[in-house]
Design a protein around this ligand. Structure first.
Ligand SMILES: Nc1ncnc2c1ncn2[C@@H]1O[C@H](COP(=O)(O)OP(=O)(O)OP(=O)(O)O)[C@@H](O)[C@H]1O
Ligand SMILES: [Mg+2]
Length: 308
């Protein structure tokens, strides 16, 4: 199993302990089938996180920071205004700044490069990146609205609207796949629905180029930590992700997660039980046959089963 930490060779054991703790929190949170607050409440603040240096409103040249909108495992996201255009933007900042490990920086840089390659109306657009006061950051469009999981609980979608929305999400993922990019963390918390009902795919923080060297070769962390914690989002993970075999991961991994998302959109449930401990959930992902969606939502008839 790849371990991000073993490859980092970093000098501070405190920093290392903190990163492992962050990864543990993140794995616990993302493991929760209740759709963790940091991903369901789109603009939430995770109060369990230790304080992170508060950035000043003018920390990023050319931008005026308005508020913090999210504090995640690796980064903090701010809402800001680009001074020259007055448009709203989101700024994602690597949490540990210049103290972040080489592997975390590599992953952050890769997210920037990957977003730079993607141009699709349903994928968030990146505009700028840099380093300010030792903090690595990038600037993207601000997507107002709410995360897909929030949206699903607040809107009763018809079957037709559900499928239409899902098709747009698939188009976005497909455009990444056509460029050889695998997202690897597809889940409703990483998809925002704007006020016009359009989906926007976010968070390419775990994405990789298909066929790129494995983490073991590059020193980049995989989806498991040294303690065996899962770094993605287990309830949405494919069997090969859950099993922890990075070499088996390809675009089909995203397709599998899209299937779980579709199931959730259509039925409000997961295809199998994801409420137990990690070992039980992995077992269910690997071996449990999904409950037929039409037994949960009766309108899902033969026709929609064929077309989905
Ligand atoms: N462009 C954006 N517009 C509006 N909100 C955004 C944008 N980018 C990110 N956010 C908000 O910040 C949250 C975290 O962003 P993202 O998933 O990219 O960061 P992360 O550090 O990988 O977080 P996590 O580990 O929780 O997934 C999103 O779920 C969303 O609520
Ligand atoms: Mg995310």
């Amino acid at each position: 199993m790849e371990t991000g930490d073993s490859a980092k060779g970093d000098s501070s054991s405190d920093a290392k302990r903190k990163r492992i703790e962050d990864a543990r929190r993140r794995a616990e949170r993302d493991h929760s089938p209740q759709l963790p607050s940091s991903t369901t409440q789109s603009d939430s603040h995770d109060s369990r996180e230790p304080a992170f240096d508060t950035v000043k409103s003018d920390s990023f040249a050319g931008y005026h920071v308005v508020r913090e909108i999210h504090r995640g495992g690796q980064g903090v996201v701010y809402q800001a205004i680009q001074k020259s255009t007055r448009r709203k933007v989101a700024i994602k900042v690597l949490k540990e700044g210049s103290f972040s490990s080489a592997a975390e920086r590599m992953r952050f840089e890769r997210e920037i490069q990957i977003l730079g390659q993607l141009q699709h109306p349903n994928i968030v657009a990146i505009h700028d990146s840099g380093e300010a006061d030792g903090h690595f950051y990038f600037v993207m469009d601000y997507i107002s609205g709410r995360a897909l999981d929030d949206y699903l609980t607040s809107a009763e979608l018809t079957l037709e609207r559900s499928l239409e929305l899902f098709a747009k999400i698939c188009e976005a993922v497909n455009s990444a796949h056509l460029r050889g990019i695998i997202h690897r963390d597809l889940k409703p918390g990483n998809i925002r629905i704007d006020p016009n009902g359009e989906p926007h795919l976010l968070d390419f923080g775990l994405a990789k180029m298909a066929g790129a060297a494995s983490g073991a070769e590059t020193g980049e962390p995989g989806l498991m930590t040294m303690t065996g914690q899962f770094l993605g989002s287990l309830p949405w993970a494919s069997p090969e992700q859950a099993e922890g075999v990075p070499s088996k991961i390809d675009v089909r991994t995203d397709v599998y997660s899209l299937g779980v998302i579709l199931y959730r959109i259509l039925t409000g449930q997961f295809p199998y039980d994801v409420s137990g401990n990690i070992r039980e959930v992995v077992e269910n992902i690997l071996r449990t046959a999904p409950t037929r969606p039409s037994t949960i939502r009766r309108q899902i008839n033969d026709e929609s089963r064929r077309s989905s």
